[in-house]
Ligand binder design. Structure first.
Ligand code: ADP
Ligand code: 5GP
Length: 212
């Protein structure tokens, strides 16, 4: 792969209905894309079987979550399926300063908030090939006894109406194809002029922009 000069990182937001395959796609694309880090969110929901503290989420009480909101620690947060979920501001900014792109698996409200905070963010919405496939995937996944799968399906239909805030729509039908497409989206954004020009000017590979 061609070496690019270091530039501040960007948020890459991946949203879509619960069970559509966001976690699976993200895990696969991270194997293909160096310089990508997954944002670990804070949540008040209980861990599912196999999930780990600090890997899947930081699991906290509602009191701790409310305190973080009051202290302005959250870049964004939302109440989803009766629990709080949110992204820590400090965590994101530390990664961007290191030049890492941060991939966020967050809901549509969070996606809109990230776009407002970081104008260079890339927003990708994942769609299922059909509602039947979505239902099958949702039911096949390890779940906590507290997950209400039918309300997640209803929520999915409501949430899909907000697709208009996203830059890209990606149907996750054949996994391999969807992974490749997500990889292409990320790589294209890494090559955008506005992202690269300052670093390339510093290296004298580009002239400064002149008004002539
Ligand atoms: P999400 O993170 O969006 O809630 P997951 O990544 O947990 O979804 O995926 C839900 C289920 O669907 C998992 O069992 C996963 O293996 C499966 N899955 C993901 N993508 C595909 C695909 N393209 N085809 C078939 N099954 C898939
Ligand atoms: P789950 O309980 O299946 O892990 O996640 C439920 C929903 O919460 C998913 O739509 C997921 O994208 C969203 N979510 C997870 N973390 C965050 C976050 O930090 N902020 C927001 N706004 N949504 C999140």
């Amino acid at each position: 792969m061609q070496t690019q000069p270091p530039t501040p990182g960007i948020p890459i937001v991946v949203s879509g209905p619960s069970g559509v395959g966001k976690g699976t796609l993200i895990a696969e694309v991270m194997k293909l894309c160096p310089g990508l880090i997954l944002s670990v969110s804070m949540t008040t929901r209980l861990p599912r079987p196999g999930e780990q503290e600090g890997v899947n989420y930081f699991y906290v009480t509602k009191e701790r979550f409310r305190e973080a909101i009051e202290n302005n620690e959250m870049a964004e947060w939302a109440s989803v399926y009766e629990n709080y979920y949110g992204t820590l501001r400090r965590y994101l900014n530390e990664q961007f300063e290191k030049g890492l792109d941060v991939i966020l698996d967050i809901d549509v409200q969070g996606a809109a908030a990230i776009r407002t905070l970081y104008s260079g963010a890339v927003l990708v919405y994942i769609l299922p090939p059909s509602m039947e496939a979505l239902r099958r995937r949702l039911y096949s996944r390890p779940k906590s006894e507290h997950d209400d799968l039918e309300s997640r399906l209803q929520q999915a239909r409501r949430e899909m109406r907000f697709y208009g805030v996203f830059d890209y729509l990606l149907v996750n039908d054949k996994l391999e194809e969807a992974v490749q497409n997500l990889n292409h989206i990320i790589n294209a954004h890494r090559l955008q002029r506005r992202r690269l020009e300052a670093a390339l000017q510093k290296q004298n590979l580009l002239p400064g922009l002149s008004s002539e």
